[in-house]
Design a protein around this ligand. Structure first.
Ligand code: COA
Ligand code: NAP
Length: 280
């Protein structure tokens, strides 16, 4: 069950003339989300703290994608003035704003005893407050275009993952915002959904949190996620095909978190299961 290219599934011009603003869009999962939107016709502004990294990512993506253009703007999601500038630059460059992805995040493994006051606050400020800040700065333009938002979440807080209380608390807050915004902004034409990725290969997040420890056989679909898995969900949730979906966080994890709620069941143990079929 390998991941497939989004361009094999959706028409390539469905976002022609539309504009995306994506925090964290210069790397990893959010870069893949941005590339998929651009490959379907959208223009995009990507923001993060490190402008050199952003510029390089934009140059590479502009070469690798067909469709729209990608424009980098330096911004720290903890600084409201940076975000107001990024939104103004988006309008100046592309004239409108249709889609917002709140993807910027920071994370690390930290046992309670090693998690300082400032470490907990830092992750809440980047992930949760950063999502609020960027959405507030962008909202009037999203309303004007009957736009849509995707908040990037996680599954950590579904099960109380060890050493992850800072990120779990931030993502739980983000999931709440997804619902509150869906209800409050829906009547003015703005849809709001979330995507909760499971373990995604070749990302900073996976290398920081799981390293080599993750066994693909512990994931029901028997593989680690691919950035394209999240990209496809992004294209779907922003598409007209999802126009009746709002306030939902789509878990894209191959069943991983469900499996973590259930004891591992080695294939060898199947031999011990009684054959009930013969008694039917
Ligand atoms: N374990 C425990 N505490 C840690 C830590 C770790 N691995 N890494 C950082 N911290 C603490 C710092 O010690 C500091 O606390 P202190 O002042 O009490 O010492 C606090 O977190 C803030 O660290 P700082 O480096 O000043 O923050 P920053 O704003 O420069 O960077 C981070 C933010 C810490 C989240 C950084 O890891 C980052 O930039 N991450 C972005 C990329 C990322 O995390 N990708 C994965 C997304 S899932
Ligand atoms: P990543 O590449 O490190 O992405 C995080 C991005 O956020 C970086 O581009 C970083 O760029 C930016 N960023 C961090 N702090 C910022 C700040 N203060 N202001 C602006 N931008 C900031 O990691 P990833 O693994 O792809 O994660 C992407 C998203 O998916 C995150 O929301 C993460 O929580 C979520 N997620 C990932 C996984 C996974 O398996 N990887 C699983 C579940 C959820 P700069 O350093 O340039 O600022």
């Amino acid at each position: 069950m390998a991941a497939v290219d989004t361009t094999q599934i959706f028409k390539t011009d469905i976002f022609k003339g539309k504009v995306l603003l994506c925090s964290g869009g210069g790397s990893g999962i959010c870069r893949g989300m941005t590339e998929a939107m651009v490959n379907h016709g959208a223009n995009a502004v990507i923001i993060s703290r490190n402008f050199e990294k952003l510029q390089q990512a934009a140059d590479e993506m502009n070469k690798a994608t067909n469709g729209g253009e990608i424009f980098p703007v330096q911004a720290d999601v903890r600084k409201v003035e940076d975000l107001e500038n990024a939104v103004a630059k988006t309008i100046e460059k592309f004239g409108r704003l249709d889609f917002l992805i709140n993807g910027a995040a920071g994370n690390f493994l930290a046992p309670f005893d090693n998690l300082s006051y400032n470490a907990f606050r830092t992750v809440i400020e980047i992930d949760l407050l950063g999502s609020f800040n960027l959405t507030k700065a962008a909202l009037q333009h999203l309303r004007a275009s009957n736009g849509a938002i995707i908040n990037v979440s996680a599954t950590l807080h579904y099960t109380g993952t060890i050493f992850q209380q800072h990120a779990g608390a931030a993502k739980a807050g983000i999931d709440a915002l997804t619902k509150h915004w869906a209800v409050e902004l829906g009547p003015s034409g703005v849809r709001v959904n979330g995507i909760a990725p499971g373990p995604i290969a070749a990302t900073e997040g996976l290398s920081r949190l799981a390293g080599d420890l993750l066994d693909p056989e512990q994931i029901p679909v028997q593989r680690v996620g691919d950035i394209r898995d999240i990209a496809q969900s992004t294209v779907f949730l922003f598409s007209q095909g999802a126009s009746f979906i709002t306030g939902q966080t789509l878990v894209v994890d191959g069943g991983h978190y469900l499996q973590t709620c259930s004891p591992a069941y080695p294939q060898s143990a199947l031999a011990a299961v009684p054959d009930n079929d013969s008694k039917l």
